[in-house]
Design a protein around this ligand. Structure first.
Ligand code: CO8
Length: 373
């Protein structure tokens, strides 16, 4: 059996960002306007006033302080409350493709590989820009990669599912090297008019290069000791956007085709699922949790990550053991755990062990156990 590794990683961070303070001001202006518009109904008791948001709540409940976004103007405009994106022609690279390319080229550079040496491209993320042609095929084209490409959508766990598929393809010889690219424009499917979730997401793109260890010559290579995936059906995180929306009778309300969740339930149900997945995977690989130097966890909620790491380690994790990027990036769905990996792996020494673990809607969860070479 071939030994497989991650030999390069890449990150694209949109230059614009929005602080909690700015976001709360925009939402509160929107809510105030709505309440004024609905004043008569509110006074008659037939409508509820929209409650106000606060930056203090956001940071306390989630650990998020700001988020990078593809367009802050539209998000912060109380009359719009969504990004404003210039429509592109079919002959131009799509925005998702463009973001993914920047991350992909960085991963290739780190691994010392040319695009022509890649023969599998997986775009693994929560929401695709369109149903077809596959985003991965577009990215493969603009990158100049060969072989085949396909999209993978398992919400926030997509990158881990992509890494397993890539590692299997390389191990079986169906690809020499495979790129797993996760471009996320989460602000495009976030309801900025809903106080309960308007602060949760940000935008970013990541990439990981997976190849055989015997040919890898990257700057920082990590052997994949094992991958493990798990899914369990739940409606607690849902987005009903789809091609049948226009055909359905009665029509769905506009906010049913955006992200929605039961955040508390997600928190309670996903923490044990993920902690058990990591512990069982490590046990089957004969690795003690205490021997793991780093946990690159999905970045949705700070307390959630601390609780998962505490359950796995049996003690409080240090910041170095479970690094946090959600304070600056918020939840970037499938990109989150890879951003943590990308930013926090250079200090690991040969032989050090790490766990990349992504989890989210589905429910879905994926664990990749890595050893620094
Ligand atoms: N400002 C002030 N108060 C607020 C606000 C706000 N913005 N929002 C809610 N409150 C109030 C509530 O109304 C509530 O008041 P009351 O007690 O009077 O009812 C109180 O604050 C507490 O509210 P919650 O119980 O909702 O607050 P929590 O402490 O549970 O925190 C979180 C909310 C942060 C959402 C938390 O539950 C959480 O992070 N849970 C985990 C969520 C998670 O991990 N989800 C995964 C989603 S990612 C995924 O897989 C989807 C991928 C698809 C990507 C989609 C991109 C858009």
């Amino acid at each position: 059996m071939k030994r497989i590794c991650i030999s390069g990683s890449g990150l694209y961070t949109p230059p614009q960002s929005v602080s909690n303070e700015e976001l709360a001001v925009a939402y509160n202006r929107y809510a105030q306007r709505e309440n004024e518009r609905q004043a008569a109904a509110i006074a008659a008791g037939t409508a509820e006033p929209l409650p106000m948001s606060s930056p203090e709540f956001i940071v306390k409940a989630s650990g998020i302080r700001s988020r990078h976004v593809v367009d802050r103007g539209g998000v912060l405009d109380p009359a719009r409350m969504r990004p404003r994106l210039p429509r592109r022609g079919d002959d131009e690279p799509s925005l998702m493709c463009e973001m993914g390319l920047l991350a992909a080229r960085q991963a290739l550079a780190g691994a010392g590989r040319a695009a022509a040496e890649i023969d599998a491209v997986l775009v693994a993320c929560s929401n695709m820009q369109r149903p077809y042609p596959a985003m991965a095929v577009e990215l493969q084209h603009y990158l100049g990669a060969g072989g085949y490409a396909y999209d993978v959508n398992v919400a926030c766990a997509s990158a881990a599912f992509g890494v397993q598929a890539a590692a299997d393809a390389v191990a079986r010889g169906s690809a020499r090297a495979a790129l797993v690219v996760s471009p996320e424009i989460c602000t495009g499917h976030l309801n900025f008019m809903n106080r309960d979730c308007h602060f949760i997401f940000g935008d970013a793109a990541t990439a990981l290069l997976v190849e055989s260890m015997d040919v890898a010559h990257g700057q920082a290579t990590f052997e994949i000791l094992g991958t493990r995936l798990a899914t369990q059906y739940s409606n607690n995180i849902r987005n009903n956007f789809g091609f049948l929306n226009a055909c359905e009778e009665p029509r769905r309300p506009w906010d049913d085709v955006l992200f929605r969740q039961e955040g508390r339930k997600v928190f309670k149900e996903v923490v044990p699922l993920v902690a058990e997945l990591i512990l069982a995977h490590l046990a089957d690989l004969g690795i003690e949790a205490a021997a793991v130097r780093r946990f690159w966890l999905h970045q949705a909620n700070l307390s959630m990550n601390q609780l998962i790491a505490r359950r796995v380690l049996g003690r409080e994790p240090s910041e170095a053991e479970a690094p946090v990027i959600l304070d600056e990036y918020a939840n970037t769905s499938s990109a989150g755990s890879v951003i943590a990996f990308h930013k926090f792996h250079a200090d690991l020494a040969p032989g050090d062990l790490g766990v990349l673990c992504a989890f989210g809607a589905g429910y879905s969860a994926g664990c990749v156990v890595l050893k620094r070479l």
